[in-house]
Ligand binder design. Structure first.
Ligand SMILES: [Fe+2]
Ligand SMILES: [Fe+2]
Length: 293
């Protein structure tokens, strides 16, 4: 009889011991390029509910179009951080606002593409502690975020593939939970880049095209992937801008003023679940939330 009691006790102990390893995951929300004031408003209004509804631990957003559709300033960055975003990434619109220099020099939560020439102001990666993780298994839970830019149909930069391999090796000494925003135009470059990193990072999500793709998946090595997260802003538009001037530009080849559009604001992004212990993704889901004023 004694042995029966003790076996059940052992089983209970074992279950208690095993359970956390299977449930402890970190939930990351990534938000696609925030475009202008409508995009910033959508993040501010929708993010608290999304955080709550999905039990999000950490939020990353691409902010390269947050200031009037072009670039980012300390003011728009602060608005995005106050809305509940932990880290802001960027891309080819990085230099559109001169105030970005202040952000690059002083704000560790703001990332630029890593593959700018050596010595460029700012940082292409960062390691951050999750503020109030739901799981207490590893304390603190540490997330690394890496931002790179592609070179196909994009301004020339250093080789993002080589830069990523080198940086990921360094980051893996600090944490296995690594998120990569690959800001690139060509799907071939994005897929090849993510396949190269399969098993080395938790997720690669693309930005820049402003069109959300439907190819979310988890590669065999455990890396979650989505070619493009889409954009957060007015979708009654051409990629966030008023429609008529863009058509005029294509018709006439003459320069036009591209104001940020206003209607049908949608928050686009992806939600990723990552095993806390091994950094491997277990789920990825596209997010498309309409912002109704
Ligand atoms: Fe871009
Ligand atoms: Fe963009």
């Amino acid at each position: 009889m004694m042995s029966h009691v003790s076996r059940s006790h052992v089983r209970k102990q074992l279950a208690h011991h095993l359970l956390p390893a299977t449930v402890d995951c970190v939930k990351l929300l990534f938000i696609g390029d925030i475009v202008g004031q409508p995009g910033r408003r959508a993040v501010k209004e929708l993010l608290p509910r999304l955080r709550e509804q999905h039990g999000v631990d950490f939020v990353i957003a691409n902010g390269e179009n947050s200031a009037g559709g072009s670039g980012i300033t300390p003011k728009t960055a602060e608005e995005i951080f106050s809305a509940g975003v932990d880290v802001i990434t960027s891309g080819d619109h990085l230099w559109d606002q001169k105030e970005v220099m202040e952000l690059l020099a002083n704000e560790k939560r703001f990332l630029r593409p890593l593959n700018y020439p050596l010595g460029t102001v700012g940082q292409g990666s960062g390691v951050f502690a999750v503020k109030s993780p739901k799981s207490k298994v590893q304390s603190p839970v540490v997330v690394a975020v890496l931002n790179l830019q592609g070179r196909t149909f994009m301004p020339p930069l250093e080789n993002p593939f080589l830069a990523a391999l080198d940086e990921v090796n360094k980051l893996r000494e600090r944490t296995k939970i690594i998120f990569v925003d690959f800001h690139a135009e060509a799907t071939s470059e994005k897929i090849a880049f993510a396949r190269m990193l399969d098993g080395q990072v938790s997720a690669v999500v693309g930005t820049h095209t402003h069109v959300q793709t439907a190819d979310e998946q988890i590669f065999p090595g455990g890396t979650a992937y989505l070619s493009d997260a889409g954009f957060t802003g007015p979708h009654e538009s051409v990629l966030g801008r008023e429609i008529a001037p863009v058509i005029q530009r294509f018709l006439t080849s003459m320069p036009q003023r591209f104001d940020v559009a206003k209607e049908r604001v949608i928050l686009h992004g992806a939600l990723i679940e990552i095993g806390e212990a091994n950094g491997k993704a277990t789920a990825i889901q596209r997010i498309s939330e309409k912002f109704v004023t």
